[in-house]
Design a binder for this molecule. Sequence first.
Ligand SMILES: [Zn+2]
Ligand SMILES: [Zn+2]
Length: 269
Amino acid sequence: MTGLVDAHCHLQLVAEREGDGAVAGALERAALAGVEHVVCAGLNLEDSDRCRVIAEAHSGVLFTVGWHPHEPRSPGAAELRALEELLRHPRAVGVGEIGLDRHWRAGYHETPLEVQRVSFRLMLEMARDRSLPAVVHDREAHAEVLAAIDDVPGVRGVMHCMSGDAEHARRCRERGFLISFAGNVTYRGSDVIRAAARSVDAEGYVVETDTPFLSPVPHRGRPNTPAHLVATVAALAELRGRPAAEVAAETGRNAHRLYSLGSTGPLGA
Ligand SMILES: [Zn+2]
Ligand SMILES: [Zn+2]
């Protein structure tokens, strides 16, 4: 396969856990698997800046600047200015991840919905004002996420790690959002997501790993890595009844359009 784009991953977490050498190795394996670009998604100001460092060190790596719904408070004025400043970087291609998450668990995620709503709104407005795609995290919050998007007319972007059904995918498409499928589309019990993957139009979807999370079958249970994108592409190809090369080409093209990747050089260049 060629021309693959990992539309959403967190190489900065790989760097934190295993060091810079692990990132270089992961990118080499990704290039061998046919991945040409990876988009590293930031979780807050410092984390987004770590994505910048990785993008500067490796061709083919782009990054987004975000404020994740798990962040315990909303960005203040100085932080918003710093986030906007980071967005001026030539390798910055979007605002995210941002969104809403109603999957609370003590010690894992305890941020009240009201705090999340304020953060999401501020960041959606930033995306719209800069004409950059919003990279949206939606966990168990489909209706709330669509309502928040409707409150910021003109914003567009991508629903990362799609977890909704075909009807939800259609509603996202109506709002100019792309659907990003992750490794969970290969899991048992994901029939709803698989139905969404079958239904979405050829211009409407991209594929991601969300590295180091959500390894697709047959890698499930081990940390994810951008090279595993191939397994998710194969699953999507089977679901859609199309050749894997076609899914690779479509998702690559869509990711290029979404993030305006233009002539950015590929991995390993
Ligand atoms: Zn997420
Ligand atoms: Zn993510």
